[in-house]
Write a protein that binds this ligand. Structure first.
Ligand SMILES: [Zn+2]
Length: 264
């Protein structure tokens, strides 16, 4: 029970910080300076109006100074992050493994929402995430897969996990890059950006090559189906609609992290 409460509070706080990142990183603003402000009137937000979830409810979803609507994205990101933190606390037994999947969830929520809102996947989340994932691999070992083909026999679980993370961080983006290049050659237009390729490195570092490939597969299928339905429903032209592919990759990554038998 205590861990569920701790995980939800941590998730709400991290979600609140993610909201700052989601707004500021695509605009190349610092995420530490200045303090939170209303994007509508510029008024600084007092700490009591900046409590995750609670302030949104108490303020009725409006800025105290100018009355502008606070986007539903703010409480949604806080809630989603808290829910994933609780899920990680319950699903992963060793403490470090739970922490690793909380970090992965936070990065992925940040990427999903930033891509949806601004069609940008910030390097801080993708490349920064890839480095973090590799660093965490030996601390919370994952199942070895492709690395077993290359690794010396005497390697222990931690080294194998590190190797798997490095392989994932290199090969998953390499494959996506090759797919993107092929798509451009065949369809004569850009299917995905470099941000998606960098995001695949983050997925590979956290999930290993096997998990990252599964995430790419789920993300591509989901993206094609949902994207096509959206284009049909909104009567948009396929050539004019830019699919937030990173958001679908993120959904695939979360599905693999929490539902794939290999990761548990
Ligand atoms: Zn305002």
């Amino acid at each position: 029970m205590l861990e569920v409460i701790a995980a939800s509070v941590a998730g709400l706080l991290v979600g609140s910080f993610l909201n700052v990142c989601i707004y500021r990183l695509p605009r190349d603003l610092s995420v530490v300076q200045p303090r939170s402000f209303c994007p509508c009137c510029g008024a600084a937000i007092a700490w009591r109006d900046n409590i995750p979830l609670l302030s949104f409810l108490l303020l009725g979803g409006r800025c105290r100074a100018c009355g502008a609507r606070i986007p539903w994205r703010y409480p949604a990101v806080e809630l989603a992050t808290a829910a994933l933190f609780v899920a990680a606390a319950l699903a992963f037994a060793p403490f470090l493994e739970a922490i690793k999947f909380m970090i992965f969830s936070a990065l992925t929520v940040g990427l999903i929402v930033t891509d949806l809102e601004s069609r940008i996947l910030p390097d801080e989340f993708t490349l920064g995430g890839a480095v973090l994932g590799v660093a965490l691999a030996p601390l919370a070992p994952m199942q070895a897969f492709l690395i077993l083909l290359f690794a010396p026999l005497q390697w222990g679980a931690r080294w194998l996990s590190l190797g798997e993370a490095v392989l994932g961080a290199l090969i998953a983006p390499g494959l996506l890059f090759a797919m993107a290049a092929l798509y451009e050659k065949v369809r004569k237009r850009e299917g995905m950006g470099l941000g998606d390729v960098k995001m695949a490195a983050m997925l590979g570092a956290f999930l290993g090559l096997q998990g990252a490939l599964l995430a790419l597969l789920i993300g591509s299928l989901l993206g094609s189906v949902v994207g096509l339905l959206y284009i049909k429903a909104r009567h948009k032209k396929v050539s004019e609609y830019e699919l937030p592919f990173g958001s679908f990759l993120g959904a695939g990554g979360l599905a693999v992290a929490f539902f794939s038998p290999a990761s548990v």
